[in-house]
Design a protein around this ligand. Structure first.
Ligand code: SAH
Length: 362
């Protein structure tokens, strides 16, 4: 008994040291990261969360930034194996919003207190640079104090530049996985790891606040891949990191693969907060889907952004990247109220602010 409990004590001391080292040096060796990621101890998770919270509160206080998410098209020319709106899914009921509808959504978002509008969609060739420029300028003219974030996949650098010149401030493009072989297990041949990475570099060069990130627990993912993801984040230094659990969609070839866990996603949120103290870190809808308290737990583990849905009610049920997505039946006003209440319940507050990265504030 005694030796068993002394082994336990030594283990706790080791993890305590790791958490301290991660907080102080923002780094760990691969072996140390491996030990943290593979541990299933609740104690380790709460140790990391506590430190991550401390770091986020030192920089961002108790503020949680809101992003109003407009899912403006579910047409997509890509065929990513994990995604419910991949082009080969004949069962997806396709829609795209008109420029007018998008602007109306942004007006509603503004009224509700959002100061960032996120335009997310599949890679839909209908939305040419010219059409997007008109929409971005439209939002910016009506709401000059709003940030516009784009999340519309891979484009060429000239296109990214035009959209930036039209007023877009930020761009979310998850790298999905930092391992080339793993990338190829998740995507068809015509999509390349190199091009994804090139896009991220282009976006940074142009001057966007850039968000990358990975799915947690995606098919074939190993702890080694997650360590590579963390190394990539350290090197690339994105302003935002969007991570969420992989969740299967019944009409994809990953229909039978298990979902990623809330536990590992939350642990990664803490580790990312400690590695990149300033970063904008959302508690995602996917996290809220695998655990009804997932987003709250994410905030308590260092996340400082939430992204309530602003899409019109009649299309919400159609933007389904994965099964069982939450909040598809709610109206925007309801979503923001519910989110504010959830955030307050865990001791934080949603704020009416653009919520820029601290390196991008004038
Ligand atoms: N087409 C755009 C953005 C839309 S998808 C792009 O390529 O960036 C936004 C993110 O949802 C993706 O980057 C992916 O990480 C995530 N996603 C897609 N399918 C998912 C699934 N089955 N489970 C969890 N997340 C998923």
């Amino acid at each position: 008994m005694d030796t068993e409990s002394s082994v336990e004590t030594k283990k706790s001391e080791y993890f305590l040291q790791l958490a301290e080292k991660l907080e102080n040096t923002r780094d760990l060796t691969d072996e140390e990261l491996f030990a943290l990621l593979e541990s299933d101890s609740e104690e380790v998770d709460s140790l990391l969360a506590e430190r991550a919270r401390k770091v986020r509160e030192r920089i961002y206080g108790k503020d949680v930034y809101l992003r109003g998410l407009i899912e403006f098209t579910n047409y997509c020319k890509n065929d990513c194996y994990y995604c419910g709106i991949r082009r080969s899914n004949r069962n997806a009921e396709r829609y795209r919003l008109s420029a007018e509808q998008i602007l109306e959504c942004s007006d509603l978002g503004y009224e509700l207190g959002f100061r960032t509008i996120v335009l997310q969609g599949g890679e839909d060739p209908y939305f040419t640079d010219d059409r997007l420029v008109t929409i971005i300028k439209g939002i910016k003219e009506r709401h000059p104090d709003c940030a516009v974030t784009l999340s519309i996949g891979e484009r060429d650098k000239e296109s990214y530049q035009k959209l930036f010149d039209a007023g877009a401030d930020r761009y979310l493009l998850r790298h999905e996985t930092a391992d080339k072989c793993h990338y190829e297990q998740l995507h068809p041949k015509e999509l390349s790891f190199e091009h994804r990475m090139q896009c991220l570099r282009d976006l940074h060069e142009i001057g966007y606040q850039v968000g990358c990130g990975m799915m947690v627990g995606s098919p074939y993912q190993k702890t080694e891949h997650l360590i590579k993801d963390l190394r990539f984040l350290q090197e690339f230094k994105p302003e935002m990191v969007g991570i969420g659990p992989f969740i299967p969609h019944h009409d994809t070839e990953f229909a039978d693969k298990p979902a990623g866990t809330a536990k590992l996603t939350i642990k990664l949120l803490s580790i990312i907060r400690l590695m990149l103290p300033d970063c904008l870190l959302p508690a995602t809808t996917a996290l809220g889907t695998v655990d009804p308290k997932g987003r709250e737990k994410g905030i308590l583990a260092g996340a400082n952004v939430v992204m309530p849905n602003l899409s019109p009610g009649n299309v919400r049920g159609k933007y389904l990247l994965y099964d069982n997505k939450i909040c598809t039946g709610d109206e925007a006003a309801e979503c923001i109220r519910c989110m504010a209440a959830r955030v307050e319940k865990v001791g934080y507050r949603v704020v009416e602010s653009r919520g820029d990265h601290i390196g991008f504030r004038n």
